[in-house]
Design a protein around this ligand. Structure first.
Ligand code: C2E
Ligand code: MG
Ligand code: MG
Ligand code: MG
Length: 290
């Protein structure tokens, strides 16, 4: 019985494997072509502090495919990683992000924004990761102080000494680091203090049911306290409701990102969603200036 089921499972697996391989090969060549045609664009999602000031944005890549429409990064980043295409993709994206920072540096309010860029394992494991980033930022003329890199926990575990060396060099150049999806990986408290981090980012999975699930609330509280005692800032992602923001604020988390404030948007839409308040601070247009 079990053996028969096993065989069936195997046959099914075999066929779906072939489909998966075909899909992957076509996705890979579409990615290659998309890169050549520059179909990738940075979208920007606002990061807002307790005063309602927009302090920065996370850069989230979007693939604007001429036939398939907008493709989510979850559907192509893994293949881009496996094939190594993430390297030219990240380079294209960082160029656009740095050019944006330069353009904003002359614009009141926008000049103070910092941009957080997601980094993948394949990238940081390049021998010359640090040199490439520095060369790119220098070439663009962007202020590295306005740039943040988002890392995930899994990425740090691979080769700690190498990561610390690379992060330290980039930090000396002016770039900050945020630990993304924090709480979902294998966090060892001992490594946290060794890394030149600037920020912990509470994963959205803990924010979602913050008010109904005591475990999630406890985890969020613990991350906030941990950040505090390590001298790091903390930001919550996936904030969709005012009650979540309120709860987080009461626990001591003062920076937020999520649909409550804005969805990731193309640069024109992102800029159009913001305005200067009378004190010259950048706020959301939907929020009335105080
Ligand atoms: P992430 O870095 O954790 O990004 C947060 C994800 O949550 C984004 O999904 C964002 O659109 C989504 N999000 C933001 N606010 C809310 C909210 O209030 N509710 C809900 N339900 N979701 C929210 P997105 O844009 O689909 O990106 C998915 C993941 O793909 C990212 O997770 C990141 O790991 C990866 N990614 C995106 N852009 C890049 C990139 O340029 N390079 C690399 N290496 N990875 C990227
Ligand atoms: Mg991120
Ligand atoms: Mg995240
Ligand atoms: Mg996430």
């Amino acid at each position: 019985q079990a053996k028969a089921a096993g065989r069936n499972t195997f046959r099914f697996y075999d066929e779906s494997m072939q489909v998966a391989i075909k899909q992957r090969v076509s996705l890979e060549s579409a990615l290659r072509q998309g890169l050549q045609l520059r179909q990738f664009q940075p979208f920007y999602q606002p990061q807002v502090n307790e005063e309602g000031w927009v302090v920065g944005a996370e850069v989230l890549v979007r693939w604007l495919h001429p036939e398939k429409g907008m493709i989510s990064p979850a559907d192509f980043i893994p293949v881009a990683e496996e094939t190594g295409l993430i390297i030219p993709l990240a380079e294209l994206l960082l160029t656009q992000v740095c050019d944006q920072l330069v353009a904003w540096s002359r614009l009141p309010g926008f000049a103070d924004l910092s941009l957080a860029v997601n980094v993948s394992a394949r990238q940081v494991r390049q021998e010359d990761f640090v040199e490439r980033i520095i060369a790119q930022v220098r070439h663009s003329g962007a202020n590295p102080q306005r740039l943040k890199l988002e890392l995930t926990e899994s990425l740090l575990l691979h080769d700690m000494d190498d990561m610390i060396r690379k992060m330290t060099a980039l930090k000396a150049f002016g770039i900050g680091f945020s630990l993304d999806d924090f709480g979902t990986g294998y966090s060892s408290l001992s490594y946290l203090k060794l890394l030149p981090l600037e920020q912990l980012k509470i994963d959205q999975s803990f924010v979602r049911d913050l008010l109904s699930d005591p475990n999630d609330a406890a985890i969020a509280r613990t991350i906030i306290a941990l950040a505090d005692s390590l001298g790091l800032s903390v930001i919550a992602e996936g904030v969709e409701q005012e009650c979540q923001r309120h709860f987080l604020a009461a626990q001591g988390c003062h920076t937020y990102q999520g649909y409550l404030f804005g969805r990731p948007a193309a640069v024109v839409d992102f800029m159009a969603s913001l305005q200067l308040d009378p004190q010259g601070r950048l706020i959301l247009r939907s929020a009335s200036p105080t």
